[in-house]
Design a protein. Structure first.
Length: 434
């Protein structure tokens, strides 16, 4: 039987004490650095990784090779350690990662300033935290490990505790990233707790859904070792997201029947612990009570090209997409949907507010979604990343083309699933009144 994520995490935490230079990856982890050479890495700086994402495989391979002269000038391998002289391009994984847990040791020198980029985004800060290091005015005295490029005052920008060991000693990070949320342990102490990593390259959008790990070079020698990563599967990520702020939620689905639901009951069925829209059927299945301000939380699984929706604050009659709001549930990777309007893709407030794209898991995996309604503000959080955050009362509708959903005026109503003939599955359906 596979160990649950929290036991793997505990085991990983226990490895922080041993700090063996030639230690094997803990169970479930793989080595990003093989201890011998730079296989699997290339050079990159503080540049928007979308430039890399846009390259063809052939262009990307050529770019990787073109950076290696600089990398070999400034990076060496000594006794199983990666060594950088404080200059040159940052060592960057060729592989991109989505949700992950990263273990990494580092040791640096007086005056140095470095960091770890997550999915290509700066950064988990590393620096000389002594007064002599000369950077107390920008926060060095608070310690390493914060999300230093977050906005001033944002959660996680500064570590909650100074946990750096004296210069010359090895430090150990354990970093978990699910969606845009990051938790950081330094030398066995949690110093950042589930904080959002702001997207340094475009703060209007969430952290990229995937990207490389980068080891920054900046002003002084830094050594790295025991660089291990574990990709977090969807089931584990969903469980971790559900555990956060779980108090106050009420289950709307008993896992076996449609008791407590109304509306298009004949179009849905309970199968293997999920509410499933029957193929070729449609209509909206509503929960029995009305809600004003709430958090609606559930998991969903899309078939290829699958289409459904979430009715929010809807009346029991009419099309909820226009009589209230419908939040799209859609496999928008399907070729047949390539020509949709921006406000029709997954997570969008249909007809009104487009969602950020690219945050769905591969078709067939379970996704975790929350819809938060507070007054006129509506947020959609998909797999830990906020893809919609809109105050619908503040939208200028004077130049809006097409029909305006009546949800802009509604502040209460029913929630439910708006079927569109595809066998989309929903489970762990919960709601919390605010």
């Amino acid at each position: 039987m596979k160990a649950p994520w929290f036991l793997l995490t505990l085991f990983a935490g226990s490895s922080l004490v041993a700090q063996s230079v030639e230690s094997e990856p803990p169970p479930g982890f793989t080595a990003l650095f093989n201890g011998r050479d730079l296989e699997g890495w290339f050079g990159h700086g503080t540049e928007d990784p979308r430039k890399l994402f846009a390259l063809s495989p052939e262009e990307l391979a050529a770019h990787h090779e073109s950076t290696m002269a600089d990398v070999r000038t400034h990076w060496t391998v000594e006794d199983g350690e990666l060594v950088n002289d404080g200059h040159g391009l940052y060592l960057t994984t060729k592989k991109n990662f989505r949700d992950f847990e990263l273990l990494i040791d580092y040791r640096t020198v007086p005056g140095a300033d470095s960091g770890i980029y997550l999915r290509g985004i700066p950064q988990v800060q590393i620096w000389d935290t002594t007064e002599a290091g000369g950077k107390w005015e920008i926060g060095a005295g608070k310690g390493s490990g914060g999300l230093w490029n977050n906005s001033p005052g944002a959660p996680g920008k500064d570590p909650s505790k100074h946990m750096d060991r004296p210069l010359g000693e090895w430090n150990v990070f354990r970093i978990r990233m699910i969606g845009e949320r990051v938790t950081i342990h330094l030398n066995g102490e949690r110093i950042v707790d589930d904080a959002i990593l702001e997207n340094y390259f475009d703060r209007a959008i969430p952290a990229f859904p995937e990207g490389p790990i980068q080891l920054q070079t900046h002003g002084g020698e830094i050594r790295w070792r025991n660089i291990f990563i574990r990709e977090i599967p969807a089931e584990e990520a969903n469980a971790a997201l559900a555990e956060k702020e779980a108090d106050g939620f009420t289950s709307l689905f008993d896992g076996e029947t449609l008791e407590g639901w109304q509306g298009a009951r004949d179009s849905y069925e309970a199968v293997d612990g999920a509410i499933v829209c029957k193929a070729g059927k449609g209509g909206t299945l509503y929960a029995s009570d009305e809600y004003a301000d709430f958090i609606f939380r559930f998991e969903f699984q899309l078939p290829p090209g699958g289409n459904n929706g979430i009715a929010i604050r809807a009346p029991l009659e009419g099309d909820p997409a226009w009589e209230a709001f419908e939040i799209q549930i859609l496999d928008d990777t399907a070729a047949k949907y390539a020509g949709l309007q921006p406000y029709q893709f997954h997570g969008s407030i249909y007809g009104l507010v487009p969602a950020h794209r690219g945050f769905l898991r591969p078709v067939g995996e379970w996704n975790f979604q929350e819809i938060v309604c507070r007054g006129s503000r509506i947020q959609v959080i998909l797999n830990g990343s906020k893809i919609v955050d809109s105050d619908v009362a503040a939208i200028d509708l004077s130049n809006h083309e097409g029909r305006i959903p009546k949800g802009v005026e509604r502040r209460s109503g029913f929630v439910g699933f708006a079927g569109h003939s595809d066998p989309v599955r929903m489970r762990n359906v919960q709601i919390k009144r605010l």
